[in-house]
Ligand binder design. Sequence first.
Ligand SMILES: C[S@@+](CC[C@H](N)C(=O)[O-])C[C@H]1O[C@@H](n2cnc3c(N)ncnc32)[C@H](O)[C@@H]1O
Length: 431
Amino acid sequence: MTDRPRRPKQRGPHEPDPAGTTARRAALRLVDAVLRRGDPLDVAMHAAAQGLTGADRAFAVAIASETLRWMVDIDALIDSATAQILPDDVKSRTVLRIALAQLLVLKSPAHAVVATALPLVAGGPRRLVHAILSRAQQDEWRLPDRATLPLPTAERWAEQWSLAMVEAAEAGWSAPPPIDLSFAAEPGPDEWPDAISLAPRHRRLPRGQAVEAMPGYSEGGWWIQDLAASLPARLLGPGEGRAVFDLCAAPGGKTMQLAAAGWQVIAVDSSAKRLGRLSDNIARTGLAADVVQADIRSWAPTAPADAVLLDAPCSATGIFRRHPDVLHRIEPRQIAEMAVLQSELLARAAHWVKPGGVLIYATCSLERAEGEDQVATFLNHHASWCVDPVRADELPAGIAPDASGFVRTLPGLLADVGGLDGFFIARLRAP
Ligand SMILES: C[S@@+](CC[C@H](N)C(=O)[O-])C[C@H]1O[C@@H](n2cnc3c(N)ncnc32)[C@H](O)[C@@H]1O
């Protein structure tokens, strides 16, 4: 620091923490779990949020999410204010990160931000933290218009796609995305007056609404599903009573679409917990599916189906807008591990399609290794299979298939109406 910082007011040893410290402490634990242990934010939340009220929990998640979204830019501000760079993993840096996210992104009152930050560095460099937060206010620190991607991600995506894609991704993840709803049946023209529709049985609403409070939630006519995530099931068309294996099905967004489109769905997933959510979703929407808990690497059906949808486990780098932790956790090693698993699942799934039937392979990843490269390897080993090219008229306006007939949604698509997640989808036809 260049200016000599004022000494923060000392608190007595038995003084209670200021109001609001609990949520900030939970946010600190969340960010720490993501950055140190590589835990997904929603998994970390279950441990960090024990005993919190609903409001504290929501605030802790909002702080952690915005900290991770803006972390590169927040770190640059912190580093501009210290004579020596604070090590990346010291607690005081994490406390500063979450405090600055509150101040600069969530616009929390400065006095509350400072008062609740200092107890988090008890026994540590309170003066330094206090001084940097004072400096942020005095110098009216601002964040840039676009949140900078972590460097390894930016380099990887620039190499795979382009610099323009990286810029579009930064624009896309600078704010949480809008809310997309999928409907079992087309809603009436007067329903959802604040929403736009980008596809049949789709409505898009501005972000920030409480889902359970939205009309019709308990009646189950709709569910939350990003527009990109709704594309794989759309590409199977109407089911007319035919059978489909929905592999890696939980929590069931695609299961519900398929059931609503008249498919007889066999939904398979290895996670009991996630299948519990799928069953709740099916019950809430009044749709029907047979649910199987099994690992696809060891399970096999008794007979093949007309169609198979494999929504394979993946790095999930395509859903970075709503899960900003992803880009801080995922490294090339995990992408390579996921690609090995996907190859295995895809090869097994291919055995379960009737002759002439269709296999949809999808991942919510922006990595070619989990999309284009995966399907190229599959076709190399399954010469009698072919690509069933997706036609432009099967997709919402503004989304076109690529030259190979695959769907690749990249950041920047539909950006003027809120964008969409990054997905890869291939439709393959059995011999
Ligand atoms: C991308 S998510 C599926 C999302 C889901 N299709 C939807 O639309 O709601 C991937 C799923 O794969 C499941 N999974 C991962 N490995 C699996 C395996 N070996 N066998 C079966 N399911 C698996 C996970 O439990 C997870 O629910």
